[in-house]
Each structure stands twice: as C-alpha cells, then as structure tokens.
Design a protein. Structure first.
Length: 339
C-alpha cells in the first residue's frame, strides 16, 4: 500500500500494513515467553487466594498437553486462545492497596518493588483509587516474530480474548474495562513506553505494551460453571473442519475462507465475522478491533458453556474489496461428539 493511501486513511503505518495481502516474511526469534521480574527486585509472593484462583482459571486450568502415545507433557493447555499459539499476553495485578504484581507463565506472582524501579529511572505509577485490576500487556516479539506486519491486530485480539475470559468467569462481578494502547495504561502500571526499548533492556527485560485493564472484586469468586466451561474449552482441530468440507459453502463461509487464505474454513457449519470499510479512519478501526474481538471471544466462551457448538477463531485476514474482515469465528455444530 503506497504512502498516499496510508496518509488518506490516517492509520499508523504498522496497522495500515496489516490489512494488505502481503505475506509475512520469514520467522524471527520471538523473544522470552515472560519477563524475569525477579531479576529487577520483584519478590515471589502470594496475593489474596481468590486472585490466584482467578488467574489459574484464566491460564492454568490444570490439564497438560499429551504426546502421541497419550503421556502427559510438561506444557499446560491454555483455554484462552492465541493467534498461532504465540501467547504474548502477560498478566499484571494492581491490588486494592496499590501494590503491583506480575504473573509468570507458571502462575507465580511476583510483587514489584517500586523503589527499585524508580532507582532505575522508571516512572512512578499513577495514584490509585482503591480498585483492584488485572492489567494485560503483550510481549510484542512473540507475535511479531511470526506475523511481522500483521501483528498489531493480533496483539489486540489476544488481549481482548483474555479480557473477555475475565468477564466470562466473573459475570456481573467484573468491573469496567479500559483498553489501549494508551498513556493511561502505562501510568497505571508505572512502566516506560515499549518504544523506549533501552529503558527496558538495560534492566534485562523485554518491552511490554499495556493493552487492557479490567476491574475485579477485592475477593474475586469466579462462577463455577464458567470455570468448568473455560477449563475444558478447546478449539476444534483444523482437520475436523477439513473432514467436513463438501457441497457448496455459504456465501459468508466462502468469503472468510478466501480472505483468510485458509481452506479449512469451508468445513464450518457457519462463520461469524466482523469488518470495517477498507478506508475507515484509525479511530473506527481501533474501536472495532476491540469490540469485534471481545464479541468473538464471548461467543466462543458461551458456546463452551452451552456445549451445543464448538468454535475456532480466524485471524490474519487481509482486506478484500471495500471491506476489511478484522476477525471471524468458524463454528462447528455438536455432531460428531462432545467438546
């Protein structure tokens, strides 16, 4: 896409390029799975039990992937999907007293020592209002290493699926959601801009982009049925869709299959998609990226709860014609067995 079109759309260059049909270049090293906050003074500690149970329900429901022979591996299954299984989302907690916590990939909480952060030139967090929050950031290299110019929408997608999972687990007990990227979210955590890579890397950390925050009760209690549904939710394998290809797909199924370049979509019972005009301004694209992925995630989690459908997210779509499909969900009905 040429510079003139980019300027006329008003989109930042990385987001503008994400809608093009240009394929990503070869893979790059993705960087760490999580930052080692203990190396910069954070102390392993336990927050309120309800918070750790909420985070475990979100990321660590207890099951492990299995090898071909059925034996359990050491890799946990994750109920919240991620584009390409990159899992860039990192979890942070702000407790009601204003203490900042980070959570590693094994679910271990580390309490940040803000004095150490300030001594290394990091900003102090903004004043707190007594609200407990989970804040989701992304390690951008995780997705960028695989998807390059298509990474921006995927960072938002993965963060939105995490936010929607918290809301699904807590129901009406979940608090307000704030989305970014924004200065407000950086100030909330007390971290530098991700673009200031030196500020992160001189401490041995990879830059993180804060993308969303969701309020939680001081003592969160997830709904048991939601915990069970999320913990057992799995996207059907691509082969399951491929095995059901036959006849003429619906217009919408064919449109998403073509836009995504993923022929397996033609085996879906139905497809739900969210799109914007190809020349929509950045404010519309940004807002719709969030609303689309939050709605799609809710659809996936509610399907797991009812058990009548199984769903697989479809991302990485390029613009076709006068519209850009931001995200889609391929649906299989429940024929052919349980989830």
């Amino acid at each position: 896409m040429d510079r003139t079109r980019r300027e006329s759309r008003g989109l930042p260059a990385p987001l503008d390029e994400a809608l093009t049909s240009r394929m990503p270049a070869g893979p790059l090293p993705p960087g760490p799975r999580a930052n080692a906050w203990d190396r910069v003074g954070a102390v392993a500690d336990e927050p309120h039990r309800g918070v750790s149970e909420l985070v475990d329900a979100l990321w660590h429901p207890g099951e492990y992937h299995r090898d071909a022979d059925g034996s359990a591996t050491r890799i946990r299954r994750r109920p919240v999907p991620s584009a390409g299984a990159c899992y860039p989302v990192q979890t942070h907690l702000i407790d009601p007293t204003g203490v900042r916590w980070t959570v590693d990939q094994e679910g271990v909480f580390h309490r940040r020592v803000l004095a150490s952060d300030r001594a290394d030139g990091w900003p102090s967090p903004a004043s707190d209002d007594g609200t407990a929050r989970l804040v989701f950031t992304v390690l951008p290299g995780r997705s960028f290493g695989r998807y390059r110019h298509r990474a921006w929408p995927l960072w938002i997608a993965d963060a939105a699926y995490a936010v929607a999972a918290v809301r699904f687990l807590l129901g009406e007990r979940a608090g307000p959601v704030q989305v970014g990227p924004s200065k407000r979210l950086r100030e909330m955590l007390g971290v530098p801009r991700a673009a200031d890579a030196d500020a992160w890397m001189r401490r041995g950390l990879a830059p993180e982009i804060p993308l969303a925050a969701v309020g939680i009760p001081h003592v969160p209690t997830p709904h048991a049925a939601a915990v069970q549904a999320l913990g057992t939710r799995r996207s059907p394998a691509i082969a399951e869709f491929a095995d059901r290809i036959g006849g003429s797909p619906t217009t919408e199924v064919e449109r998403v299959a073509r836009a995504s370049g993923q022929g397996w979509v033609r085996g879906a019972t139905e497809v739900r998609s969210w799109s914007v005009p190809s020349r929509a301004p950045s404010t519309i694209v940004g807002a719709t990226l969030w609303s689309a992925h939050l709605a799609a995630a809710r659809l996936c989690y509610e399907a797991a709860l009812t058990g009548d459908r199984r769903t697989r997210p479809v991302s990485g779509l390029s613009s076709t014609g006068d519209r850009w499909i931001l995200h889609a969900v391929a649906v299989l009905d429940s024929r052919g067995g349980a989830r």
